[in-house]
Design a protein around this ligand. Structure first.
Ligand SMILES: Nc1ncnc2c1ncn2[C@@H]1O[C@H](COP(=O)(O)OP(=O)(O)OP(=O)(O)O)[C@@H](O)[C@H]1O
Length: 258
């Protein structure tokens, strides 16, 4: 399968000095679901923001290496052009317009992308089919939604343009386990049934490894471990560092095929 995203030996600095990430190399296949795992400050957000070219807003800069989306270097492209080319991003912190209703939030996203009326109607319908909870609350201001519903709305705002690659920055942060699972299940369905490639940054390692195909563990701005999600689920370092488990295989993981 062709790679929709290639991150090639990337180094990123902030303020021309602070080295945030280095030697980052990985790919996302066109039908891939790839997870970046790591503690606070390990470099997940920096990597995602580099891909959508939002780094400059934080005075960050790619100082080495290259990022290619769909075979093309992203460096000369604007964030807007990358959205038009097929990158959808759900930033950290569930960005939606709080005073606006669910429907208004989706319509605003559609309008900013200059979708036609028919396209907007279709996008709304798809959003409400994927997350029926949002359909029930379509006239509710986003401020009155639960954290999980706000995350669903933030994801749907990114999907309005039908991206080919969806970037998600810690979508399950602070959510109840059942809601976190619903969110990742929906993302996995999008990937499986609609062929949307996914790159997700997550601290919820156990959950993300259940859904991702491949994962990379970031530590202090560098990739420490890479592998299939199944391999990493069986890696003692993952159990001890990220799952808080002893380094002998817990029974629950024995059931998962290697
Ligand atoms: N705007 C910035 N200016 C300077 N340094 C920054 C900036 N943003 C991030 N960093 C530094 O870059 C490194 C990577 O941070 P980053 O936010 O990418 O990690 P993260 O894994 O996404 O963590 P979190 O889960 O907290 O978002 C950290 O050392 C952080 O302090």
């Amino acid at each position: 399968m062709r790679n929709i995203l290639e991150v090639d030996n990337v180094e990123i600095r902030y303020d021309q000095a602070i080295l945030a990430v280095r030697d980052i190399t990985f790919t996302v296949p066109e039908d891939g679901f790839v997870s970046l795992i790591g503690a606070n400050g390990s470099g997940k957000t920096t990597t995602l923001r580099a891909i959508s070219r939002l780094l400059e807003l934080d005075r960050g800069r790619l100082t080495r290496g290259a990022i290619r989306f769909d075979g093309k270097d992203i460096a000369p492209q604007s964030p807007h052009a990358l959205v038009a080319a097929g990158i959808g991003q759900v930033l950290e912190g569930r960005r939606c317009f709080l005073p606006m209703t669910v429907e208004e939030n989706l319509r605003t996203a559609a309008a900013s992308l200059r979708l036609s009326r028919a396209e907007t109607r279709a996008a709304l319908e798809k959003a409400f089919t994927r997350f029926p909870q949002l359909a029930d609350r379509r006239r509710t201001p986003a401020a009155l939604l639960s954290g999980g519903e706000q995350q669903m709305l933030a994801i749907e705002r990114a999907l309005v343009r039908e991206p080919r690659l969806l970037l998600l920055d810690e979508p399950t942060m602070g959510l109840a386990p059942q809601i976190a699972e619903t969110i990742l299940e929906t993302v996995a369905t999008l990937n499986r049934q609609h062929g949307v490639a996914v790159l997700i940054a997550e601290q919820n390692v156990a959950l993300t490894l259940r859904f991702a195909h491949d994962a990379h563990v970031l530590e202090n701005g560098a990739i420490r471990l890479s592998g299939t999600a199944a391999d990493l689920l069986h890696h003692p370092e993952i159990w001890s560092t990220y799952l808080g488990l002893p380094t002998t295989a817990p029974a629950i993981l024995q059931a998962i095929p290697a």
